[in-house]
Design a binder for this molecule. Structure first.
Ligand SMILES: CC(C)(COP(=O)(O)OP(=O)(O)OC[C@H]1O[C@@H](n2cnc3c(N)ncnc32)[C@H](O)[C@@H]1OP(=O)(O)O)[C@@H](O)C(=O)NCCC(=O)NCCS
Length: 164
């Protein structure tokens, strides 16, 4: 397959909005507790242009036969103030279109981002939330060497009212 990974550019905005919308639908279908907030394409494009200007953030796209095949967006973020090291890399969104999954695109997007993140002083690891019910994502991250770390728990405010 003729695919290549490159940093995103402003002209990718509309295709990225479509891919990001597909990712949000995917996540909502995996777990009904994920309720996507309404975001118009115009709002997305405005936020995207600001994201592209951030020095501590990066977005990579995978192109396959002139089509957007996937994207990854991530950043360098501060750790909890009482835990070292002070910063780590995090991945906000990763999505590969169904037509080109299991062909190494996700891994290549991650490798490009990891190379970018590794150029920041003092950044030597990743931390990020992943949907616990997404078995495909779990298998992907495991294949890349990720292991569970801090768990995010969820409960309605009425939790604990009905002793079971
Ligand atoms: C998860 C996702 C990004 C993987 O992208 P991809 O391009 O298909 O991944 P790769 O081809 O680079 O896979 C690398 C390895 O990960 C593992 N893997 C990837 N997807 C897998 C799946 N669905 N089931 C089991 N293992 C999987 C395999 O070990 C694979 O190597 P192999 O194909 O040689 O066996 C893609 O399936 C996707 O976009 N899913 C929907 C959104 C999502 O889950 N995003 C990540 C949330 S944080």
């Amino acid at each position: 397959m003729n695919q290549r990974i490159r940093p995103a550019q402003p002209s990718d905005g509309p295709a990225l909005f479509a891919a990001w919308s597909s990712l949000r639908s995917h996540n909502a279908a995996i777990d009904r507790r994920i309720v996507p907030a309404p975001v118009t394409e115009q709002e997305f494009l405005e936020a995207f242009s600001q994201i592209l200007q951030r020095r501590a953030g990066a977005t990579f796209v995978a192109q396959c036969e002139d089509r957007l095949a996937g994207f990854l967006t991530g950043s360098i973020e501060a750790n909890q103030p009482d835990r070292l090291p002070e910063r780590h890399a995090t991945i906000g969104y990763l999505y590969v279109e169904p037509f080109c999954r299991r062909q190494g695109v996700g891994r290549e997007l991650f490798t490009a981002f990891a190379r970018w993140a590794g150029s920041f002083d003092g950044v030597d690891h990743f931390e990020m939330p992943v949907l616990a019910l997404d078995q495909g994502a779990e298998a992907f991250w495991k294949a890349l060497g990720f292991t569970p770390f801090i768990q995010r728990l969820w409960a309605p405010v009425s939790a604990g009212e009905n002793p079971g």
